[in-house]
Ligand binder design. Structure first.
Ligand SMILES: [Fe+2]
Ligand SMILES: [Fe+2]
Length: 306
């Protein structure tokens, strides 16, 4: 059984539900009723393209164990956070990441049923992350988490800004990534703030980003190659070169993010320097507002009164 089943997403409730008479939670976990069945999700769900679909599936394969790692890394230091606002943010962060883990696990299970064998990738990333946890100290885990949260913030900000990209996704997968992208930007400061609060310094933060970047792309591209091979698409060179240059070419989708990525190495960097407040307002309204795309799919948290 996956370690993520140990996550308790009900951390969401104290922040999101008990504060009805206070200001709304800044980082409210939202439970969404996704439907990832084969009838609802086409096999090549990004642009009907095997390369782009397997790239996104490789990303999803690392989320359940990866986000569990984030939760554990931050939770380790939870008792050392005394500022009430940051404490509330930590609860929101744990609640959001726990629900992301579960949603991507559900997606990964559905993709495995479709023959993509995401379960094996999920198992392998679990082995890697447990080794990292065993062999390195908790402050390094927190630095890794802060680095990867920078990645997710930069990547998801791009998704929220680029209609031409998010529209490539089939509707239910678009819903998954829009929901995830909003929440990643809502909580992008938290791991960083905890890291600084408990004494994490610049050299470790900047120095950790280098191996994190190398290992992250090595893992994702290796996982993608395994998915393409299993799908009989690995030697479809024309398609794969086209997809690779769409992501990593000189004006590629991810190459364009290098300036924001490099901001991490500024000694005075803080994730809030990438201002996404207006972007978040727009998408929160579009997704969770009165007529939001996901409003009818939001599940009520369990309550003792129900
Ligand atoms: Fe997440
Ligand atoms: Fe996150």
């Amino acid at each position: 059984m996956s370690a993520i089943t140990n996550i308790d997403p009900t951390h969401a409730k104290p922040v999101a539900e008990k504060t009805a008479t206070k200001a709304p939670a800044k980082i409210p976990p939202r439970r969404i009723d996704f439907n990832f069945s084969a009838e609802n999700v086409p096999r090549y769900y990004v642009g009907n393209d095997p390369f782009l679909t397997t790239f996104v599936t490789a990303l999803s394969s690392v989320f359940p164990e990866g986000e569990f790692f984030f939760v554990e890394s931050v939770r380790h230091y939870r008792d050392r956070v005394t500022d009430p606002a940051l404490k509330a943010d930590v609860s929101g962060f744990i609640g959001q990441e726990a629900l992301h883990s579960l949603a991507h696990k559900a997606f990964n299970d559905a993709a495995t049923v479709q023959g993509f064998q995401v379960d094996k990738l999920d198992r392998d990333i679990g082995v890697i992350l447990r080794a990292v946890k065993r062999l390195t100290p908790p402050m390094f885990h927190l630095a890794v988490t802060a680095c990867l949260e920078h990645y997710t913030a930069v990547f998801t900000e791009m998704l929220l800004k680029r209609d031409d990209v998010i529209e490539l996704f089939s509707p239910e997968i678009r819903n998954l990534y829009l929901w995830h992208s909003v929440e990643e930007n809502e909580h992008k400061n938290v791991a960083f703030d905890v890291y600084e609060t408990v004494g994490g310094g610049y050299l470790l933060r900047a120095g950790t980003m280098i191996p994190v970047t190398v290992v992250f792309f090595a893992v994702i591209l290796a996982f993608q190659a395994r998915l393409l091979a299993k799908d009989g698409q690995l030697l479809n060179l024309r398609q794969n070169i086209k997809g690779f240059s769409y992501l990593f070419g000189t004006k590629g989708l991810l190459s364009n993010l290098i300036p924001q990525y490099i901001d991490w190495f500024k000694p005075n960097f803080h994730p809030s320097h990438h201002d996404t407040d207006a972007l978040l307002d727009k998408w929160r309204n579009a997704l969770f507002g009165e007529n939001g795309v996901l409003t009818s799919k939001m599940m009520k948290p369990k309550s003792k009164k129900d």
